[in-house]
Design a protein around this ligand. Structure first.
Ligand code: B12
Length: 273
């Protein structure tokens, strides 16, 4: 606890709220706090921002709830329980399971990336947040499995060297939610292994390659070329931060592009019926 940090008890006095209310602000990720053993400490500056913001006691907590901001705060704190509570609260407020990915987890992760790039968060903060995000995805995934005969199979993954796999898991679930079987190869797969897995899978209607990190163009193109050799009949999507438009996707050898994973799931569904 830093010199100017406050305890929850002091925060409740300053805000004029019950101790449990102050605790709830922390648990919901509204008020940034750090846990030391069994107690929490809150920085003076964070308390000032919170008190003057809409999230504070004078704002309406229910109106326009900034769920993604709250989730981000809890993920960065490595707080799976608090993060999951936010997901559940957002879903109780009407957000669908796919919506949790597109409107909550994705913006939270992007903001974490921006804060990391700006030097506001360290590598460990980002890794800890990614670990929590990955557990949230693990918990939510089964809610996106549709019963009944699958409409077809999608193979998805990243090329060798590409380690941004969270988005692959999310894309896989969004496609599953539309009634498809998914062969989720995760990240960093050698081109030959990607192609072999595609060749082995039954009923493949689409292959999707996610590419994020600049410099990975050659590996992505190699993967696409190998898949094309084994399954020339199947359309291949390329997308991700490294593939900002259809022209870039085509330059990598892909047949199709979508701007986001929701668009991928939507287009797959409209392509394959
Ligand atoms: C978590 C994370 C990591 C984790 C990944 C963990 C995991 N299991 O995924 C780890 C620690 C491994 C990592 C490593 C690195 N990372 Co990183 N990472 C991130 C972070 C914070 C979140 C990624 C994420 O999940 N985003 C959420 C998803 C939903 O967003 P998205 O990936 O943009 O996807 C959207 C679209 O692109 C599209 N899309 C994505 N895939 C596909 C696929 C298809 C087929 C389609 C149609 C669409 C599509 O749909 C999504 C929206 O719906 C991002 C920040 C960011 N802006 O995303 C940085 C970020 C991507 N990383 C970055 C960097 C620099 C790196 C490293 C090079 C750092 C380093 N020096 O080591 C390494 C590279 C590792 C490698 N070789 O791959 C930079 C890339 C900057 C750039 N463009 O130059 C970012 C943007 C951070 C930043 N702001 O600078 N990273």
């Amino acid at each position: 606890m830093g010199r100017s940090d406050l305890s929850l008890q002091e925060v409740s006095v300053r805000l004029g709220v019950h101790y449990m209310t102050a605790y709830r602000y922390v648990r919901l990720g509204l008020l940034p706090a750090t846990k030391h053993g069994s107690s929490w400490s809150i920085a003076e500056d964070d308390l000032r921002d919170f008190a003057s913001s809409e999230r504070g006691p004078r704002g309406d907590l229910r109106k326009g709830a900034p769920w993604a901001d709250r989730l981000e705060a809890r993920c960065v704190a490595g707080d799976l329980t608090g993060s999951w509570r936010i997901v559940e609260a957002a879903m109780a407020g009407g957000l669908s399971a796919p919506g949790v990915y597109t409107d909550l987890v994705a913006p939270a992760m992007r903001s974490i990336g921006e804060r990391w790039a700006a030097g506001m968060l360290g590598i460990a903060d980002e890794h800890r947040a990614s670990a929590v995000a990955s557990k949230i995805i693990g918990r939510l995934g089964h809610r996106m499995v549709r019963r009944g005969r699958p409409k077809g199979t999608i193979v998805i993954g990243t090329a060798a060297g590409e380690r941004h796999g969270l988005v692959v898991s999310m894309a896989a679930d969004l496609v599953r939610a539309r009634g498809y079987e998914v062969v989720d190869l995760g990240c960093d797969i050698p081109a030959t292994a990607f192609a072999a897995a595609t060749a082995r899978a039954d009923g493949v209607v689409v292959v999707a390659v996610s590419a994020t990190t600049p410099g990975g163009e050659a590996a992505a193109a190699e993967t696409i070329a190998h898949v094309k050799e084994t399954r020339p009949d199947v359309p291949i999507f390329a997308g991700g931060a490294m593939v900002p438009d259809a022209g870039t996707a085509a330059a990598l050898g892909a047949d199709r592009w979508a701007a986001d994973i929701d668009g991928l799931a939507f287009t797959v569904a409209s392509l394959a019926g």
